[in-house]
Write a protein that binds this ligand. Structure first.
Ligand code: PHE
Length: 490
């Protein structure tokens, strides 16, 4: 193979997707790292914020994540039925850039408009760019898995850049500089995608639907849906509806759970699945619950754990005071360090026929999540006696989160595509992101409760979380003894 036309031995198009995703995640995580800090900062002082309470800021943060990942579902539908994946990614990337630049305007009103842009743009980009990765490889190419591993690295390199640059600028110069830097990063991503899109060699260029009549019909559906949403928004503005962020997040969490539940029920009862497809669907249902629970702890990073870093962690290390959001660097750095080790462990275990089954890996992920919050209970205790604690507590907490992520996240997506009923494979991808959406909103709600009253409120909420992670972990582990489709089908 001509190495000049490959990317680490992979089709050169992977480089285009790698860099686009890297900049997108740089902007996404860079902004996410400072959004709660910006929301809770007071109006006076050098770097004024929005003076939201901790509970409100967490609820908005959670609702934001929940909306971002929920929008991946319509984003996938638009690519499938109307625009094709490449165009949808490009439009999404442009909308995200506009969103970050909107946030960079130092006005209170621009905050929610900017978030809305990022939600829509990420919905168009995030799922579809991963779909194009898969389309670079024909058939059942074993290279595909390794392609996705490289792609996962771009996500984490991007987050490192984001937390470093946007975190520093946002906290030390001004929040809106941080948001602007995210916009500039994403603009690089857009430029790069436009310049090197041709290297994708047509992968994901066309929608799955080729019948022009059906495409026309889909466009009409889309216009009606957008019109309906705009009407709702206009009515809300005219009526002067004020939204309580916490109540809104609660209702939104119910909405997501009901939609996901109905979808599973529909598939189980009405989609005409075979007995073995139904069995796999039950497995996916439990994995779905496991993933949602896992992300509800993981996403505390930008919420309650960021507040713990701000108020109760001594961030000065040998004379340098670390920006609060830099604590978030731990996760992506640990991912890059440990991903190869985890891959090695699974391969080694597989050679000995000891590779844990899918639900067992999810159970391990949740167990590590529970452990991380046991550690946080000790950190909270230590902070109660000493005012602040060292950074090692949060670092080890994030290390456990990362190990959990590596046990659960990389295999989750492929499990959802592999064990999905054939006809529904595409939509299952959306379900995987729905689990992240539910996890995000729950993270906001739990994080708000945990940090609402300072340290006192952290202990009961973290203890509650530990219990529910353990219950679901046990459930998944029990399931692992019963059905084991990972081995059955191989
Ligand atoms: N770090 C991962 C990413 O940003 C976390 C994630 C996993 C997000 C699964 C959504 C779905 O892509």
């Amino acid at each position: 193979m001509n190495t000049r036309n490959t990317f680490f031995g992979h089709p050169i198009g992977l480089r285009t997707l790698f860099l686009t995703e890297m900049w997108e995640r740089m902007s996404y995580y860079g902004m996410r790292g400072i959004m709660v800090l910006f929301m809770i900062a007071g109006v006076s002082g050098e770097n004024p914020g929005l003076t939201f309470s901790e509970a409100e800021a967490n609820a908005i943060y959670g609702t934001y994540i929940g909306l971002v990942y929920f929008m991946v579902v319509p984003g996938g539908w638009i690519a499938d039925n109307i625009l094709g994946y490449q165009k949808t990614v490009l439009i999404g990337a442009i909308i995200i850039t506009l969103g970050h630049f909107t946030l960079a305007i130092p006005l209170e009103q621009t905050f929610f408009v900017g978030l809305l842009f990022i939600i829509v743009g990420t919905g168009l980009l995030k799922g579809n760019i991963s779909t194009i990765v898969g389309k670079l490889y024909d058939g059942n190419d074993s290279m595909r898995d390794s392609g996705y591993t490289i792609f996962y690295m771009s996500i984490n390199i991007g987050s490192v850049l984001g937390f470093l640059i946007c975190g520093y600028l946002g906290e030390r110069i001004g929040w809106h500089w941080g948001f602007g830097a995210a916009g500039i990063g994403m603009a690089f991503g857009v430029l790069q995608f436009i310049l090197y899109r041709n290297l994708l060699n047509g992968a994901g260029d066309l929608p799955s639907e080729s019948d022009p009549m059906k495409i026309k019909k889909s466009i009409i559906y889309l216009c009606v849906a957008c019109g309906f949403l705009l009407l709702l928004a206009a009515l809300a503005i005219i009526e002067g509806v004020t939204i309580n962020p916490v109540t809104f997040a609660e209702s939104y969490a119910y909405f997501l759970v009901i939609i996901a539940g109905l979808y599973f029920i529909y598939l189980f009862l009405l989609a005409g699945l075979t007995a073995s497809e139904k069995k796999n669907l039950v497995l996916l249902f439990f994995l779905f619950i496991g993933a949602a629970a896992f992300w509800s702890g993981f996403d505390q990073s930008g919420g309650s754990l960021t507040i713990f870093a701000k108020n109760f962690t001594n961030l000065s290390v040998s004379g340098f005071s670390i920006p609060i959001s830099w604590m978030n660097l731990a996760n992506p750095i640990f991912v890059v360090l440990f991903a190869p080790i985890f891959a090695g462990i699974w391969t080694n275990l597989a050679i000995r026929n000891l590779d844990p089954s899918l639900p067992m890996k999810f159970a391990i992920g949740l167990l590590l999540m529970a452990l991380s919050f046991v550690l946080m209970l000790f950190a909270v205790d230590a902070a109660m006696t000493n005012q602040t604690v060292g950074i090692q507590w949060l670092l080890i907490t994030y290390l456990l989160h990362t190990w959990g992520e590596l046990a659960l996240s990389p295999i989750g997506l492929s499990a959802f595509s592999r064990y999905a009923p054939k006809k529904y494979a595409g939509q299952m991808f959306g379900l995987w992101f729905m689990a992240s959406a539910i996890g995000g909103v729950l993270a906001g709600l739990l994080g708000g409760e945990a940090s609402g009253e300072g340290l006192e409120s952290m202990t009961p909420i973290f203890s509650f979380m530990i219990k529910y992670y353990l219950v679901i972990a046990v459930l998944l582990a029990a399931l692992a003894f019963d059905v084991n489709p990972a081995k059955e089908e191989s």
